[in-house]
Design a protein around this ligand. Sequence first.
Ligand code: PNS
Length: 160
Amino acid sequence: MKRAITPGTFDPITEGHLDVISRAAQLMDEVVVAVAASHKKHPLFSLEERTALVRKACAHIPNVTVQPFDGLLVDFAQEIDAHVVVKGLRAITDFEYEFQMAALNQQLDYELETVFIMSPPQYMYLSSSIVREIASLSGDVAQFVPPCVLEALQEKFATN
Ligand code: PNS
């Protein structure tokens, strides 16, 4: 049984994240999407909101479950018995950051393998931060996020 973990802040989940999660779900027996607390990033959506949105967005993928975590990724991976971390790799700028995290996670737990899935061209430049910025300026992000996220962004910026 190959259980993988796909971690991220998902503030909010985008179509790019969903693409990586779906591809991971085709390769692995089971995928746990781990929503990080990421306190230092001061997320727009709370951990509970982000987790609920990821759950809704992934509800159609049978071998995917979603769990929040607060702490080290290597500890959470051990807790849920996952031995593979799957991350998406977009444009070249992602590489250094992802390489650093993969290398450090390997130092912390040699048994935990990180594998990368290439984003397709249409998602190469998509990021949660760009989605937040466009939405905050009343731009249309419908093509970049699942419908539940679109609704949540509209609510968030209507009341702020
Ligand atoms: O979507 P993001 O914000 O790029 O994801 C980054 C994330 C959540 C995967 C990373 O920050 C993480 O693993 N955080 C948990 C804390 C941790 O283990 N930090 C050390 C990483 S080497």
